[in-house]
Write a protein that binds this ligand. Structure first.
Ligand code: NI
Ligand code: MN
Length: 231
């Protein structure tokens, strides 16, 4: 049994017998999250899909507070290692095993830049998604992405996927219609929509997504920030 908690936007905590994994911990400036970085006391791994602030978020603070290892694409890992935190760099196609938890990095169709102290845009590698295998459960976090046909390959390589964490907010990432097609490719058992209604630019109706996904045989959990489900 694995516990999956959502903090709003794309921030999740996955908790199993083998450890606790935080993904895209955007908490302090996340208007949807009542959990803040200082509240996270116990985490083993932090996975960062890309360098945009609404995903990298409070990674450095939480890693410094907890000693968690941070997993990211090579360029972003090198950048983060300058902050004195323990980083693991990897790239598309790779899988790492940390205490029995398997983390695989897969592509996402998006960008990955960071705004430095001088206001300059810095490129920090490519954006990614992750497949997490923990306690015999497979969970896919797509990161920020549009719909892409290779999601079918992700479903094939790593499937059957138990839970897909899928953006639906549009504008910068998949909208609901694209997200529904992604379910055809990924064929997950369950899905949780993310990256919507955090701000007015990414408005979406998660209940429409739930109803339409249900017609495809995918059970969607629409949960509120702070809530969790078991898979
Ligand atoms: Ni982004
Ligand atoms: Mn984003």
């Amino acid at each position: 049994m694995v516990l999956v908690r959502w903090f709003g936007h794309s921030a999740f905590m996955i908790e199993g017998s083998q450890g606790k994994i935080l993904i895209d911990p955007f908490l302090n400036e996340n208007p949807a999250s009542t959990t803040k970085a200082k509240d996270i006391r116990d985490v083993d791994l932090i996975l960062v899909t890309h360098a945009h602030n609404d995903h990298l978020g409070d990674t450095i603070e939480i890693a410094q507070n907890t000693g968690a290892k941070t997993v990211a694409i090579y360029e972003l890992a090198v950048y983060l290692s300058k902050f004195g935190i323990d980083t693991i760099g990897m790239n598309y196609g790779g899988t790492i095993d940390i205490g029995g938890i398997k983390i695989s990095m897969v592509p996402a169709v998006h960008t990955s830049t960071y705004i430095d102290d001088r206001g300059e845009l810095v490129a920090l590698g490519n954006p990614a998604g992750f497949v997490v295998e923990i306690d015999d459960r497979k969970i896919y976090h797509s990161g920020d992405t549009m719909l892409f046909k290779d999601m079918e390959l992700i479903g094939k390589l790593f499937g059957p996927i138990d839970l897909a964490l899928i953006p639906i907010g549009g504008r910068f990432i998949m909208d609901v219609e694209q997200a529904l097609i992604s379910l055809d490719y990924l064929k997950p058992k369950y899905a949780i929509p993310m990256h919507y209604n955090t701000w007015s630019l990414i408005r979406a109706d998660p209940y429409y997504f739930k109803d339409e996904a249900g017609k495809k045989g995918v059970k969607v959990f629409v949960i509120q920030p702070g809530e969790s489900i078991e898979v």
